[in-house]
Design a protein around this ligand. Structure first.
Ligand SMILES: CC(C)(COP(=O)(O)OP(=O)(O)OC[C@H]1O[C@@H](n2cnc3c(N)ncnc32)[C@H](O)[C@@H]1OP(=O)(O)O)[C@@H](O)C(=O)NCCC(=O)NCCS
Length: 182
């Protein structure tokens, strides 16, 4: 396989996003990106062809409290991460990495051979996350994100972004790819 250890080791569990999760996902998106997506935007994305959503919950808790989520789209044998975010209160506890691993496991089940995403080159946290999973830079789109954007509140992630560069020196988007073969 491609050398990534897919086992989960932390107290998170990952389940399919449900409609009741949408308001919390919108709250998490709002504290992570600008402009933020509403619950309605996330719902319509989730209902679009090929889209899948997972949320991170703490294991052993009776109450369903969402701490992070990922949206990714699978089309034929390729997938694209549309967005991923962890609630501020839950960061650096492995939730995003485990969300990514859950999505990767799902993609492997469906014989996906390549996962791609876009990330603001100034978003160190996200870049470190993707690098830790074996994603490699495959290209660059100049002027996609705002220059100097706070990585905690960057414009968005992937191709469904509604955001546009808003100043003359917009930041660059890195296109990153994880090959699931070889
Ligand atoms: C990026 C983001 C999703 C990471 O979520 P998280 O749950 O805190 O990440 P994890 O705890 O799973 O971290 C996994 C690895 O990512 C890297 N990482 C995560 N946050 C980091 C940070 N602030 N600085 C440096 N590396 C970081 C580390 O390698 C980390 O492993 P380690 O903790 O063993 O060192 C989160 O910071 C976030 O929601 N940011 C705003 C939204 C965003 O930028 N999304 C990505 C858009 S492309």
């Amino acid at each position: 396989m491609f050398g990534l250890d897919l086992r989960s080791r932390n107290p998170w569990q990952y389940v399919a996003m449900e409609s009741d999760d949408l308001p919390t996902c919108a709250d998490i998106h709002e504290e992570s990106f600008s402009p933020a997506w509403t619950a309605g935007t996330i719902a319509s994305l989730l209902n679009s062809p090929g889209m899948r959503g997972l949320v991170a919950l703490r294991t052993g808790k009776k109450k369903r409290q969402v701490h992070g989520f990922i949206l990714y789209r699978v089309v034929a044998d390729e997938a694209e991460v549309i967005t991923i975010a962890t609630a501020r209160r839950a960061r650096r506890r492995g939730a995003a990495k485990e969300l990514m691993l859950a999505a990767i496991r799902d993609c492997l089940t469906d014989r996906v051979v390549k996962i791609s995403l876009e990330v603001d080159e100034g978003n160190l946290a996200a870049r470190m996350l993707y690098a830790s999973l074996g994603f490699r830079k495959a290209g660059e789109r100049k002027g996609y994100y705002r220059s100097g954007a706070n990585p905690e509140a960057q414009s968005s992630t992937a191709s469904v972004s509604t955001s546009k560069p808003v100043n003359p020196e917009p930041g660059n988007a890195l296109i990153m790819v994880l090959e699931l073969t070889g």
